[in-house]
Design a protein around this ligand. Structure first.
Ligand code: MN3
Length: 199
């Protein structure tokens, strides 16, 4: 069974105008799809063929000779997680259990500022994450395809800060992209579901 590009949880134009159908057509239809296609080429005919995406990632994480497999497998996983962290009509102050956790981190506005700082502080390509680490929420960033799950913490939410994620809509303005993500796009139901399942 080859890996397949998971369906988007909404239509390509559903996040307009904040995240355009044109951006999604490239980001999902080209970038995400290419990671899937490349992963299938890399694992085809190897002992990784037929394993789940998560098992492939954990099998190759930290192995320099398997870096291309890790990069493509992790990018497939990270992008699917990213798409699910947004919804039409999303954004705004958090709801549910995560709202209490964010209040304990200094409040909503501070949270967004701290998240933007993590996103902007990531030089080059990568991801900014909200994770649960032994019950404590933390904001972290990772370079390239790296993912917190490979380091033993539970991801709750991710924002893609590769330029391909925002350049068509926001050009070089990464902080505006992240601010808009939280104002208009974030899916707190998804974050709360991940928090409920966190270790
Ligand atoms: Mn991307």
């Amino acid at each position: 069974m080859a890996f397949e590009l998971p369906p988007l949880p909404y239509a390509e134009d559903a996040l307009e105008p904040e995240y355009s159908a044109r951006t999604i057509s490239f980001h999902y239809g080209k970038h995400h799809k290419t990671y899937v296609d490349t992963l299938n080429k890399l694992v085809g005919g190897t002992d990784l063929e037929g394993k789940s995406l998560e098992d492939v990632i954990m099998a190759v994480a930290g192995k320099p000779d398997k870096q291309p497999v890790f990069n493509n497998a992790a990018q497939v996983w990270n992008h699917t997680f990213f798409w699910n962290g947004m919804k039409p009509g999303g954004g705004g102050a958090p709801t549910g259990a995560v709202a209490e956790k964010i209040a304990a981190m200094g409040g909503w506005e501070k949270f967004v500022e701290d998240f933007k700082a993590a996103a902007v502080g990531r030089f080059g390509s990568g991801w900014a994450w909200l994770v649960a680490d032994n019950g404590e929420l933390k904001i972290v960033s990772t370079p390239n395809a790296e993912m917190p799950a490979a380091q033993g913490v539970t991801p709750l939410l991710v924002v893609d800060v590769w330029e391909h994620a925002y350049y068509l809509d926001y050009q070089n303005l990464r902080p505006v992209w992240v601010q808009t993500f939280f104002d208009k796009l974030v899916n707190w139901d998804f974050v709360n579901a991940n928090l409920a399942n966190a270790k």
